[in-house]
Design a protein around this ligand. Structure first.
Ligand code: AMP
Ligand code: GLY
Length: 431
């Protein structure tokens, strides 16, 4: 079977690596892909959000399954379009994608089905929201309703900060239509963990848990990013917590989807806060997490293509999904300036000097011809904010962490930055 992966980041490279091991795979395509994915798949010059272009590529290359990586094409309704022309797709349809595309939709869903989450109120008028500053006390959590590439959440410590955030979201409209509705939440504290789940209309199956690091600098300082590293399993997830998450969060979520007529198929990512009162949902995403996927998929023992096909055909209950007991750590190398603006095109050195059991998942990379007077060569260059994820697996968490960092240190490009505390912070906190 020919498979098309839509997207071109580290998550999609990990998906490509995992799918390429399937004996059922004939040809793998990726749109648009990156320099790392190009070693495993034929990369097509079609952007992930070009739904018409993707639909054309599906027909042209006789695609038996399309796997959608990022949230934007999902929220645009790519699954509905591809399914309408008879293509099997792994990913939720437009209606179900509201679970990431609208925070108000998700909060109402959680409240309606008694799933633990922070208290909230939805606002559509700026003046009303300004009057509600301090509604649940401080810090005040203020969220743009729609997709904002991970930047739409402000945790305001003071009334002044809250006012500025509200003016930006609803006055200056810095997030465009995503800020037309704003959700205010009670601030909850605890330790965060990501639980990615395979879901079809009949069953929800959690993958192994993961811990993600969203801030750019060590000790969780600086602005939020797409994710600077991850490890699996989350060191908090003992059997008791797993059971609690299933009973209090995942089972009622599946039931809620069924009651509401949301025919969800794909990955549902539950971003959880493990609080003193138990696990609470901070957010849902409608896709694999990045970089959680790079830490979780190296632990999968079952053929991922079998799992995807089963989900697409509503037969997930018939697949026994197995995981290995390894510990994984993934460290992300980013461009100087990220998550703000950054330059691209810097040559990446050291990629051929990795240990054989290390995964280097490419995110923002491209191939480029580098020439001087005497020769031209093809080199891998930086092409995005998050450039690479170096992942290692080992029998112990410490060993995986040491291996990932030893290898990451052998890679260099101008302005490369990475956190030195992936796998460390929470480990110490929990100990
Ligand atoms: P979200 O995009 O909704 O996942 O929010 C981004 C980040 O903001 C989360 O990963 C949390 O660290 C933080 N956050 C979101 N909602 C809350 C809340 N109600 N209380 C405390 N922190 C929150
Ligand atoms: N790592 C966070 C996300 O994928 O949304």
């Amino acid at each position: 079977m020919n498979v098309l992966i839509v997207g071109g980041g580290g998550r999609e490279h990990a998906l490509a690596w995992c799918l390429s091991q399937s004996p059922r795979l004939e040809k793998l395509y990726c749109a648009p892909g990156n320099a790392g994915i190009a070693k495993l798949a034929r990369c097509l010059p079609v952007e992930a959000e070009d739904i018409e272009g993707i639909a054309k590529a599906v027909m042209e290359h006789d695609i038996g399954l399309a796997v959608i990586g990022p949230e934007v094409p999902l929220a645009m309704g790519i699954v509905d379009v591809l399914e309408a022309s008879g293509t099997r797709v792994f990913g939720p349809n437009k209606k179900c994608s509201q679970l990431e595309a609208s925070k108000a939709f998700t909060k109402d869903f959680l409240a309606r089905h008694n799933i633990p989450t922070a208290k909230y109120k939805v606002f559509t008028e700026k003046e009303e929201l300004l009057k509600a500053i301090g509604l649940f006390g401080f810090p005040m959590v203020i969220k743009a309703d729609g997709l904002a590439a991970g930047k739409g959440v402000v945790i305001a410590k003071t009334a002044e900060e809250a006012k500025t955030a509200i003016e930006q979201m609803m006055g200056e409209k810095v997030f465009g239509a995503a800020g037309e509705r704003v959700v205010v939440e009670e601030f909850i504290s605890g330790v965060e963990a990501s639980v990615l789940c395979f879901v079809d209309e009949n069953i929800i199956v959690p993958m192994e848990s993961a811990q993600d690091y969203k801030r750019i600098y060590d000790d969780d300082e600086g602005p939020n990013t797409g994710g600077m590293g991850a490890y699996s399993p989350s060191l908090l997830f003992d059997e008791a917590l797993k059971k609690r998450v299933m009973k209090e969060i995942l089972a009622p979520t599946l039931e809620g989807l069924q009651i509401d007529g949301l025919d969800y198929k794909g990955v549902l990512y539950a971003g959880l806060m493990i609080t003193g009162e138990g696990p609470k949902v901070i957010e849902f995403n409608i896709r694999f997490g990045d970089p959680e996927t790079q830490a979780v998929l190296p632990r999968l023992e079952t053929d991922l293509l079998d799992v995807f096909l089963a989900v697409a055909e509503n037969n997930l209950a018939g697949v026994d999904i197995k995981w290995n007991v390894k510990r994984t750590v993934c460290v992300v190398l980013a461009s100087d300036g990220y998550p703000g603006s950054y330059d691209k095109g810097f040559v990446i050195e050291g990629l051929d000097n990795m240990d054989s059991d290390i995964w280097v998942f490419h995110a923002g990379t491209a191939l480029s011809h580098i020439c001087n007077e005497s020769l031209c060569r093809t080199a891998v260059v930086t092409a995005g904010g998050r450039v690479l994820g170096v992942a290692a697996a080992a029998d112990s968490h410490e060993e995986a962490r040491a291996k990932a960092y030893e290898n990451a240190a052998r890679i260099s490009f101008k302005g490369a930055q990475y956190r030195k505390d992936i796998g460390l912070l929470d480990y110490l906190r929990i100990k």
